[in-house]
Design a protein around this ligand. Structure first.
Ligand code: NAD
Length: 480
């Protein structure tokens, strides 16, 4: 059984108190590794190391800093298969998905920011003939980065790469539910020659390790991805300390289908946007709204395609739906399916836990589930379920579907299916979400600002936004 270590001051170390937590493989429902149950002492050690490393890392010539990061990205690519396997075992996602999406996107994140920093510039303004103003952007210091379990290495690197590229040193905490790829990543950092203390990874529970990072006075910026409830707590701690905060939170995203769409493309992409990674992607479209004239056809064809999705061992290439990430999470998803029934919903397919034969007999599998007949304002349609569960609701007009789509507290992403250009612009402008995908889903350009509106988040990541977040701007005004 692997024992995971913290990565502090360039070395792999046990937690100061010597305590460990069980790490489960959700496909078999059994413990397969141990993770440090770290506390504020480990965080303090990490902050000391990060503070000591800051002067050298932040003043290192950009090409040198970039080269170390590029080396780490190369090592991720070299170890693609091993990392994909580790992520599949840790999180439950089909290994194929980890191989094709998660791990390649992790190295892409690092390359993007490692090269981006070499093109990052600040501004100068000539104020009439009276003054010159120029802005400097300096790395803010030790950054705190906290990531969730659903896309473990991808989101971990999405947080730390801009911080490191910008010249910050980092104290990072991956989710305690999926620590393995961050642990393997720390070994790659050592191999790549990342100077000691530049990145420190402290494993453990959110309320212990995460909270200690958020409230540490020597960490001026917190970049967090996770649930909205946790985000509120982090904001409540960090705001009175005047910390910079980037919060990427939950979603309840609408997927809107008009009758004039490219039907086949819409149908196959909607299956992906509903059930990829067992629906455990913050950007999944869990509320599908369909124009009434094609509603019956959509339900029939969508349900038929859903029932063809293979639920099974995530290490099997045929598997489309792996286990949910943990037993409590599986129970939460199943409880929402029960709620949907109480709220008057009809289960068109799925709705139950699945027993997969063989080694996965005790895994946390739930059938992909399609529900109709619910009102858009019921709890099932308002709260984030974060599993393989979607609802389908008919609509009559643009105004009506906009009201449905915008009716939740969330505003992370929306998907729109139509070939009508003017409607596209009208709807895209009116949808209250940080990104609107038109006739596609999950297409990313890392240069674009990424983040949510309303309770889906505060701040924007991606591109210059992320690099700016980890720097502090200063304006210098020289009177001519
Ligand atoms: P979570 O909020 O439970 O945990 C996220 C991280 O925060 C974990 O590392 C956890 O240990 C830590 N944490 C918990 N309590 C903390 C505290 N008091 N202080 C500091 N850190 C603490 O979320 P999760 O269940 O791991 O992830 C699923 C959620 O993340 C979903 O809501 C999903 O929508 C959201 N998410 C959002 C995005 C996005 O980009 N907006 C991306 C992926 C996931």
């Amino acid at each position: 059984m692997t024992t995971i270590h913290n990565y502090i001051n360039g070395t792999l170390v046990p937690p100061a108190a010597g305590n460990y937590l069980d790490n489960y493989n959700p496909a078999i429902g059994a413990v397969y590794s141990l993770i440090p149950d770290s506390d504020h002492i480990d965080v303090q050690n990490a902050v000391v190391a990060a503070s000591a490393a800051f002067a050298e890392w932040s003043s290192m010539p950009l090409d040198k800093r970039s080269a170390v990061l590029m080396k780490i990205a190369d090592l991720i690519d070299r170890d693609l298969s091993a990392l994909a396997l580790a992520e599949s075992i840790d999180q439950g996602k089909p290994v194929k998905l980890a191989t094709v999406v998660d791990i390649p996107r992790a190295s892409a994140n690092i390359r993007f920011f490692a090269t981006g920093i070499q093109h990052f510039s600040s501004e100068a303004h000539i104020t009439g003939n009276e003054a010159v103003n120029y802005t400097t952007r300096s790395p803010i210091g030790v950054a705190g980065c906290i990531s969730p379990w659903n896309l473990p290495l991808y989101l971990f690197t999405w947080k730390i790469a801009p911080a490191l590229a910008a010249g910050c040193t980092v104290v990072a905490k991956p989710s305690e539910l999926t620590p393995m790829t961050a642990y393997l990543f720390s070994k790659l950092c050592i191999e790549a020659g990342l100077p000691k203390g530049v990145l420190n990874i402290v494993h453990g529970l959110g309320p212990k390790v995460g909270q200690a990072i958020v409230e540490h006075p020597q960490i001026p910026a917190i970049s967090f991805t996770g649930g909205t409830v946790t985000g509120k707590r982090i904001a409540a701690t960090a705001a009175p300390m005047f910390k910079k905060l980037s919060l990427e939170l939950g979603g309840k995203n609408p997927n809107i289908v008009f009758a004039d769409c490219d039907w086949e493309k819409m149908l196959s992409t909607s299956i992906q946007s509903s059930f990829s990674n067992q629906g455990e992607i913050c950007l999944c479209g869990s509320r599908i709204f369909v124009e009434r004239s094609v509603y019956d056809r959509f339900v029939t064809e969508f349900v038929a395609k859903t029932t063809l999705l293979t639920v099974g061992d995530p290490l099997d290439d045929k598997t489309k739906i792996g286990p949910l990430n943990s037993e409590p999470h599986m129970n939460k998803v199943l409880s929402y399916i029960e709620l949907a029934k109480q709220e008057g919903g009809t289960i068109m397919c799925g709705g139950k836990r699945v027993t997969v034969e063989g080694r996965c007999a005790n895994g946390y599998f739930v059938e992909p589930t399609v529900i109709t007949g619910l009102s858009p304002d019921c709890r099932t349609n308002q709260e984030e379920i974060f599993g393989p569960v979607v609802t389908i609701t008919p609509f009559d007009t643009e105004e009506e579907v906009l009201a449905f789509a915008n009716s939740t507290h969330y505003g992370l992403s929306a998907t729109l299916w139509t070939e009508n250009l003017t409607r596209t612009h009208r709807m895209a402008a009116a949808l209250k979400s940080g990104i609107v995908w038109v006739n596609c889903w999950l297409f990313r350009d890392l240069r674009t600002p990424f983040g949510g509106m309303k309770q889906s988040g505060v701040g924007r990541e991606g591109g210059w936004e992320a690099l700016k977040f980890f720097t502090e701007a200063k304006n210098i005004c020289i009177k001519l």
